[in-house]
Each structure stands twice: as structure tokens, then as C-alpha cells.
Design a protein around this ligand. Structure first.
Ligand code: ATP
Ligand code: MG
Length: 273
């Protein structure tokens, strides 16, 4: 059964999509069967993984969710899952997903619609990565209801870290009331300008605010214009320029993430045994 990893921060432009697509690509490269659900109407993960114009797509995550809401049979996965060149199976998205919050508002068990879908493909993958939209609300609660863990990308700027307390409040509520397996893998600092005072201050602030409750990945992703350039070529930075410092950092981040996963699995097993 796949591990579901959600990439969440309600702040926009903090590196969620760059992280989701790089993580998914690097996991696939390591041989894990990996899918990525683009859960943002902007369709940025879809674009990065090769879709030229997501708004022309006939079937997206929104189509699937509509079918679950209407209690209609789901289409065969082959008919909508895009096998991207990065090795990742993409469940794409487009602007139609902007209507999701409204479409869910009168639906019974509306927080569990995405879980119903994910359960249908969970057996086919080792990892399912969910790239999230930059706002809280019912769609994000849906994500937290089906995720095993959350990665929170944040820029090393004060404004990017401001929404974290609100995100943590939602996380605690979902964990206590509905999805007690949910955990936070960690905060990932992105677009870092190392050796600046601001970067050091924000890292200290994060350590002081969250140390003990949330871990902060040791790996930081440096700022590089090539990350944005890669998107124009429909590639992750790791495919586009593998030896770029941001690509190397994403490789290190994935190693750190997998090492942490393994050690928490060992802890769980020894607690049971
Ligand atoms: N390490 C980096 N260095 C420089 N630019 C980056 C880096 N990571 C991402 N970017 C660029 O910054 C912009 C925002 O990144 P990204 O789209 O990953 O953020 P996001 O959190 O997904 O945004 P949104 O909230 O709009 O979905 C994009 O143009 C992206 O190419
Ligand atoms: Mg994004």
C-alpha cells in the first residue's frame, strides 16, 4: 500500500510544486512506483511533468472527484493517468479544480472524497505525492484525511513562515479527530540564500518555535534561477540540470526523507514488538 505524502503550505510560491515534482521524480528514479496527484487548479505540477496546456485536458483529478460526488463509476486509470517522462504517473489538474470548494459544500462526508479516490489506486504504488493548492479549506482537509505524512516547504523569509501556526492547528484537529496516523515529516527550507543574515534568522526562528514538535530537514534547497527555467522545459530541476546545486540538494533531501522514514518505521516496529 502506498505511502501518501502531502506537500502543504497555504502560503503561495514557497516551492511546493518544485518539491512535489522533484521528490516524485527522484523516488521514481530510485525504482519506487510513484504517482503524483496535482491538487491545484493552477496545474503547475502537470506542466512541470510534461503537460503543455492542462486546460485542454479532458480528464483530471477534478473529473474523478466529480464522479465520486455523483456516485458514478470511475474511469479506468489508464484513461486519465499520464505516464510522464520523469517516470512518475501523473494524475493531472487544471482550472476546473478551482470549483472544488464550492462543489463539495453540500456533499455528505465531504472531507473524505479524496480518500475514497486514493483508496482505489493505493495498491498500485509505493508512494503517492500530493501537490497542494495554496489555501486552507475543505480540499486541504481532504488531503490531510488521506495523507500519511506532510512535508511543509517554506522559504527562509519571515512572511513565508507566518501561516505555519494555522496549518499546525488544522493538522492537530485532523490528527486528533479523524486521521491519527497523520504525521509531519518536517519543514523543508527552500529558495535559501545561504550565508545571509535573514536566512540564519529564519532558521533560528523556526528552530525556536517548533523544535521538539516538528523537525526541520537539515537539507536546505538553495535558490537557483534554473529551477524556474526547468519548468519551461517541462522538467524538474533534477532532470534538467542534475548537477545544479538545487538538484543536488533535492537528491540529499530525498535521502534524508527516506532515512527518516526508515528510522520511524523501525521505532514503530520496536514499539509493537
Ligand atoms: N530553489 C528555487 N530557486 C529558485 N526558484 C525556485 C526554487 N524553487 C521554486 N522556484 C520557483 O519559484 C516559483 C514558485 O515555486 P513553486 O511553484 O514550486 O511554489 P508553490 O509553493 O508550488 O507555488 P503555488 O503556491 O503558487 O502553488 C516558481 O517559479 C518556481 O519555478
Ligand atoms: Mg504549486
Amino acid at each position: 500500500m502506498a505511502k501518501i505524502i502531502a506537500i502543504i503550505n497555504e502560503k503561495g510560491g514557497v516551492g511546493k510544486t518544485a518539491t512535489a515534482t522533484s521528490l516524485a521524480h527522484l523516488l521514481a528514479k530510485k525504482g519506487y512506483n510513484t504517482a503524483l496527484i496535482d491538487f491545484d487548479g493552477q496545474g503547475h505540477s502537470s506542466i512541470t511533468l510534461g503537460v503543455k496546456n492542462p486546460n485542454l485536458l479532458k480528464m483530471t483529478i477534478n473529473t474523478i472527484i466529480r464522479k465520486i460526488i455523483e456516485d458514478e463509476p470511475l474511469p479506468a486509470p489508464d484513461s486519465y493517468i499520464i505516464k510522464s517522462k520523469s517516470g512518475v504517473d501523473l494524475i493531472p489538474s487544471n482550472y476546473q479544480l478551482f470549483t472544488l470548494e464550492r462543489n463539495l459544500c453540500n456533499v455528505d462526508f465531504r472531507e473524505r472524497i479524496l480518500s475514497q479516490y486514493v483508496n482505489t489506486i493505493k495498491g498500485d504504488y509505493d508512494y503517492i505525492i500530493i501537490d497542494c493548492m495554496p489555501q486552507m479549506g475543505t480540499p486541504m482537509i481532504n488531503v490531510m484525511m488521506c495523507a500519511d505524512s506532510i512535508i511543509i516547504p517554506t522559504q527562509s523569509e519571515l512572511l513565508s513562515t507566518q501561516g505555519l501556526s494555522e496549518l499546525l492547528r488544522h493538522y492537530q484537529l485532523v490528527k486528533q479527530n479523524s486521521n491519527n496516523k497523520l504525521k509531519i515529516s518536517g519543514i523543508l527550507i527552500t529558495m535559501d540564500s545561504a550565508n545571509t543574515n535573514l536566512s540564519a534568522q529564519v532558521k533560528d526562528m523556526l528552530q525556536n518555535s517548533f523544535a521538539g514538535s516538528i523537525s526541520i530537514f537539515q537539507t536546505c534547497i538553495p535558490r537557483s534561477i534554473k529551477v524556474a527555467e526547468a519548468v519551461g522545459h517541462h522538467k524538474t530541476i533534477c532532470e534538467y540540470i542534475p548537477d545544479n546545486p538545487a538538484a543536488v540538494a533535492y537528491e540529499e533531501f530525498v535521502e534524508e526523507f527516506l532515512k527518516n522514514e526508515l528510522s520511524s518505521k523501525r521505532k514503530e516496529l520496536s514499539a509493537v514488538g
